[in-house]
Design a protein around this ligand. Structure first.
Ligand code: GUN
Length: 282
């Protein structure tokens, strides 16, 4: 039976620390502010944006929502980002992805001032992560690292396997594990003998976006299993990329869905917004 790494508990601690830091910053006249931009009416994005605004309110971070209609043009969106780049009350800019298909996501991310890029998606911040000289870490991989730290899981020298190679999770996740001296393998849809590679992992991170993709035969007994998935099963119920019922009995540690990585993402966004505010007042 695995020990559950509880993201609700760990994220509550991160948010409490963040709230305390915001209080101290306000005494120095620094009031962290986050702008959240949402285009169109994707229901999942709406939920994420509401959660981000609620977390800001709880922690004492000023937040502004910019809800734009689905037909918004590229020029309108870029103009908004440019205004936010110059707005003093705003330290962090988050454009909720995915954007409607007619908009160019890469160009929008490129337009965000890197010092306000609290997602760490801008090429400058991605490059900084590569060379280990960063201000911000992308929220989901940073949340995973915090979960591993909270459970005192040693990464150095361990074989870490990341399933998924997205720019948001898989690639930066691999880099953060490498920074902690993990021996890292990235698997993807073209990987041969995927189950065998995964079975070699001491730490297995699933970020594929396929419900219950990781089965018992893909997990080494005693492995640490981190589930980044946020999927729906055949009955429409929220589940992860890991088949929890199969894998939990053989893993040493496992994160549940919901209540694992999910709550960490927003907590790390709050930390990045505070970091951004401090950087901009230096
Ligand atoms: N959509 C899904 N995850 C994320 C995220 O971490 N940041 C942004 N901006 N959009 C997302």
């Amino acid at each position: 039976m695995a020990q559950i790494i509880d993201g609700k508990i760990v994220s509550a601690q991160v948010r409490a620390d963040a709230a305390h830091e915001v209080e101290q910053l306000k005494e120095q006249g620094i009031h962290p502010g986050l702008a959240v931009v949402i285009v169109g009416d994707d229901p999942a994005s709406r939920v994420y944006v509401n959660n981000k605004k609620r977390a800001c309110a709880e922690i004492g971070i000023h937040s502004e929502e910019y809800a734009l209609r689905a037909e918004t043009t590229q020029e309108e969106l870029l103009n908004l980002v440019e205004n936010l780049n110059h707005k003093k009350e705003i330290n962090g800019i988050l454009v909720q992805l995915p954007l409607p298909k007619h908009l160019d996501e890469k160009a929008v991310i490129k337009a965000i001032d890197p010092i306000k890029d609290v997602d760490a998606f801008h090429a400058e911040n991605v490059g900084r992560i590569m060379i280990g000289d960063f201000h911000f870490l992308p929220c989901t991989p940073a949340g995973v690292m915090e979960l591993l730290r909270s459970a005192n899981i040693e990464i150095s020298g361990k074989h870490c396997v990341v399933i998924g190679r997205s720019n948001i999770v898989g690639k930066p996740m691999a880099m953060l594990l490498l920074h902690q001296n993990g021996t890292v393998t990235i698997c993807h849809s073209k990987t041969k003998n995927l189950a065998e590679v995964c079975r070699n992992a001491d730490i297995l991170v699933a970020a594929v976006g396929i419900p219950k993709f990781v089965k018992a035969d893909m997990v080494k007994p005693g492995a640490v299993v981190i589930d980044v998935g946020m999927d729906r099963d055949e009955n429409g119920k929220l589940c992860g990329d890991v088949d929890f019922a199969q894998v939990e009995p053989i893993a040493s540690y496992i994160t549940p869905v919901p209540g694992g990585v999910g709550p960490m993402t927003i907590a790390m966004l709050m930390k990045n917004t505070i970091t951004a505010a401090k950087l901009q007042h230096q």
